[in-house]
Design a protein around this ligand. Structure first.
Ligand code: CDM
Ligand code: ATP
Length: 292
């Protein structure tokens, strides 16, 4: 029988993002907190009778061969063959794409991470969480976080992860309708790369002592993104009217934390219709963990 698995690929928000330096290879050293939310893509995996790996959904602008989902599946299939001598069965992968590309929500990375976790189970490949994280890192800096699967303080280029408590809140997220290419932000001369390094306790004690809704730190990529992409600045300005709004990742999406779903609904009701705006709840862990 051809097994079908339906698996979530949630979005992430960067609650703050500090650029603390630059490596010799040009990649930037970051400190950030990653938070999963209950809004994202869904992937469907069906085993085939041959060994081919196929994406069975069209995705504008992303040819099948360069899709992170197919590239992740190929990496794992080759690794299983290296370990066992046998190539695992092929898979058809359908993607219900909800997350915008170039949105800073990590959509492509989340799809790839879900693929690695789902196929590891479907093929009974037995790779450890650490092994899957290492396999995914060359495909995208956020992939190890999605496999880690819980709120994390991240350093390095985002691969050095430590679990931190998840805030109990809701988020309002605006999609400003532009795609921000990550390299354009990191390569800007205007980007500051010298934010002082903080300790993990600086972030966690902020959460414990918080008596207002001000988030910790800031997103160092935001100023450059707002200058290059005015719709991002407009979304930040609108959402900042009643609280601390900021950009996630390298943009374009902008978010704000609120305590309750009712507060989120009140903001959604006022939002200009030119934007796609949604609410999501902070997740304590990746929803795939209870499924596999
Ligand atoms: C900024 C974040 O969204 C934070 O979550 C991510 O680190 C970005 O991850 P991503 O979109 O998967 O980006 P990647 O595909 O790994 O990198 C795209 C490009 O951005 C630049 N880049 C990315 C991450 C990083 N720490 N330093 C960089 O300088 C590099 O030029 C790289 O070639
Ligand atoms: N399955 C996929 N879904 C989305 N994008 C993909 C996928 N496969 C490859 N890509 C490519 O990756 C690029 C980045 O997409 P992604 O959705 O991860 O952006 P992002 O949300 O800005 O990520 P980040 O927060 O990591 O910067 C896209 O522009 C697209 O060319």
């Amino acid at each position: 029988m051809n097994v079908l698995l339906n698996c979530p690929a949630p979005a992430k928000l960067n609650l703050f993002l500090h650029v603390t330096g630059r490596r010799a290879d040009g990649y930037h050293l970051l400190q950030t907190v990653f938070q999963l939310v209950d809004h994202g893509d869904t992937l469907h995996f069906t085993l085939r009778d041959d060994t081919a790996l196929r994406r069975v959904t069209d995705m504008a602008g992303v040819p099948e061969e360069s899709d992170l989902v197919i590239r992740a599946a190929r990496l794992l299939q080759a690794e299983v063959q290296r370990r066992t001598g046998a190539l695992p069965r092929g898979v058809d992968i359908a993607i219900d794409k909800v997350l915008p590309m170039g949105g800073g929500l990590g959509g492509g990375s989340s799809d790839a991470a879900t693929t690695l976790m789902a196929l590891n189970a479907l093929w009974q490949a037995g790779l450890s969480q650490q092994e899957l994280m290492a396999l995914g890192l060359p495909l995208g800096a956020d992939i190890p976080f999605f496999i880690f699967g819980q709120t994390a303080f991240a350093e390095g280029v985002g691969e050095d992860l430590q679990a931190v408590a998840a805030p109990e809140c809701w988020y309002i997220v605006i999609e400003p309708g532009v795609q921000v290419p990550t390299p354009a932000i990191f390569s800007s001369e205007r980007l500051t790369r010298d934010t002082p390094v903080i300790k993990i306790t600086d972030f966690s004690s902020h959460l414990e002592n918080q008596n207002d809704s001000k988030g910790y730190g800031r997103n160092d990529l935001q100023q450059v993104a707002m200058e290059l992409f005015p719709p991002v600045a407009e979304a930040v300005e609108w959402l900042s009217a009643d609280g601390d709004a900021r950009m996630t990742g390298s943009g374009a999406c902008v978010f704000r934390a609120v305590a309750t779903e009712a507060e989120a609904d009140a903001v959604l009701a006022k939002a200009p219709t030119k934007w796609k705006v949604w609410k999501a709840r902070a997740l304590k862990q990746h929803p795939i963990i209870d499924m596999l």
